[in-house]
Design a protein. Structure first.
Length: 519
């Protein structure tokens, strides 16, 4: 609900911003509070309003390597955080049955093998794959093979040229515990938490900026800048300021999810698993104390009860709760920054967590706000640039997710048949056509989240028809075979010397209730 404020109007437009009010807690709210309070060392007051009456989505438990940048900026100790959040190591994502039933591949973080001159390993692999003279592509990337063997090691940057220097990693953690951990960090730095449910938003009559919010008990909380972390409700950005939403359901059919934890499996795996189902896909995220599971699906093709049955029948152990439903519309706000409100997290848009991008989009939203933070008043150029970068990022991630659905041999259900044959955005069509012509890939700019290695692994894994770079034919088959064999053998030796994932966790960051040390 929004109303015009009785205030006399905006404050002096040339006065410096001092009060930042964050609407909503959860992962987005407390990540915002933790980083801003760490970096803005003086001159600002931070308040965060959240209500225990309102639940949080909280199903996002898998991250990508950039989370380590956030943690470093926020002054977070890696192993302390992992103990506090029941975290495990994530080396990549295993995709099962996506190309076709019975097939799997890993989208691993980090580097793939070694280049030969300027030729990337996948070009060499493609030439020999045509002759059936290579192993599965996962054997040529250290993260992929380590994931397959359930082994983990930290990168050794002091050994350049070794696959150990190319290891990259992220985390699986309990998102609610991560938010609680960040809350403790934030409050220790002076962030004020206000418990309360917002029932009204008051706007300034002269310019339509948000002036204050009113809580159910009558308290009023003002602010110079508001950060909307209210989730899919978009309490300020959508309901109060009326910023519309661009829906992408013509390409992304899934609009619901069910999430449920279950007991741990005997072996602690260092990767997320995504298994394609008849009408969507199921995630599996191993933590120290449990496994997080969920089924993302299209409600137009399968009922909620049928989806729940599929999910519960495909768990590693006993379910620890009833499946929790989440409804969503894939897409983004037309603007993430409007007037004096910046939307971060689900209030700015939602893309299904197929590539674990939800927490990353929170992180980049915060970093973008810091980079363009207003000093005195709100400069239209800063706001426009924030929105331009946000729009590019969402579309970039969208295209990568769509590629998983478009490039497939599956058309065994109406869901998969539609996705395989659907029209796709021109930006993705151009990329697929170029890569199919000679497996060449070009990054369009630093703002792209997924780099060449990611696209290569996914498009090869999904089965895109492609030819190798003609420059590979300058080399003899014997030269190519010997080079690939050397990569494979060196990576196998390095991975063979790593500890198991369970042993690594037990030695470095075991939580009090660690239940995965059976390996």
């Amino acid at each position: 609900m929004k109303t015009q404020s009785n205030a006399t109007g905006a404050a002096n437009p040339n006065a410096p911003l001092k009060t930042i009010t964050i609407i909503g807690g959860g992962t987005a709210g407390w990540m915002t509070a933790a980083l801003l309070s760490k970096l803005f060392i003086s001159g600002y007051e931070f308040r965060l309003i959240e209500s225990e009456e309102i639940g949080i989505i909280g199903v996002g438990e898998a991250t990508i390597p950039a989370i380590r940048t956030y943690n470093a900026l926020a002054g977070i100790d890696q192993y302390e955080m992992m103990r506090a959040t029941q975290a495990t190591i994530k080396l990549g994502i295993q995709f099962v049955d996506w190309r076709e039933p019975g097939h799997s591949y890993i989208h691993g973080f980090g580097k793939i093998g070694q280049d030969l001159m300027w030729l990337h390993p996948h070009q060499l692999w493609l030439k020999m794959a045509e002759k059936g003279a290579v192993k599965h592509f996962d054997h040529y990337a250290v993260n992929c093979l380590a994931a397959r063997m359930n082994r983990v090691a930290m990168p050794e940057h002091g050994t350049p040229g070794s696959p150990l220097a190319d290891i990259d990693y992220a985390y699986h953690f309990d998102a609610s515990l991560y938010a609680a951990y960040l809350r403790r960090q934030s409050e220790a730095r002076g962030v004020t938490r206000i418990e309360g449910r917002i029932v009204e938003t008051r706007l300034r009559p002269d310019n339509g900026f948000v002036d204050r919010v009113v809580l159910a008990d009558g308290r009023e909380v003002d602010g110079d800048l508001f950060v909307d972390c209210s989730g899919m409700r978009g309490l300020l950005i959508g309901q109060a300021l009326g910023v519309g939403y661009e829906n992408w359901s013509q390409w992304l059919l899934c609009d619901r999810a069910l999430a449920v934890p279950c007991e741990n499996a005997p072996e602690l795996t260092p990767y997320t698993r995504s298994t394609a189902r008849e009408f969507g896909w199921q995630w599996r995220i191993p933590l120290q104390h449990r496994i997080g599971n969920g089924y993302v699906y299209s409600s137009a093709h399968v009922s909620d009860d049928e989806a729940a049955s599929v999910l519960l029948n495909n768990l590693d152990g006993k379910a620890l709760a009833d499946p929790r439903p989440v409804r969503f519309a894939p897409g983004k706000r037309h603007k993430a920054w409007e007037k004096n409100v910046v939307a971060i997290g689900l209030s700015s848009g939602f893309l299904e967590p197929l590539e674990s991008t939800s927490i990353h989009l929170i992180q980049t939203g915060i970093l973008r706000l810091i980079a363009l933070f207003p000093g005195r008043g709100f400069n239209a150029a800063d706001v426009a640039e924030y929105n331009r970068q946000t729009d590019f990022e969402y579309r970039d991630v969208r295209d990568f997710i769509i590629a998983h659905y478009k490039v497939t041999n599956r058309e065994d259900t109406p869901f998969w048949a539609y996705l395989k044959h659907m029209d796709i955005p021109d930006s993705l069509t151009e990329r697929l056509e170029l890569f199919g012509s000679s497996a060449r890939f070009f990054v369009h700019g630093k703002a792209e989240l997924f780099r060449e290695e990611s696209w290569v692994q996914v498009l090869l894994g999904q089965g895109l028809a492609m030819r190798h770079d003609p420059m590979v034919d300058m080399l003899t088959e014997a030269q190519v075979t010997a080079f690939l064999r050397d990569i494979e053998e060196v990576i196998a030796d390095c991975v063979g010397a790593m500890p198991t994932h369970a042993d690594f966790i037990a030695r470095n960051c075991r939580a009090p209730s660690f239940a995965g040390a059976s390996a």
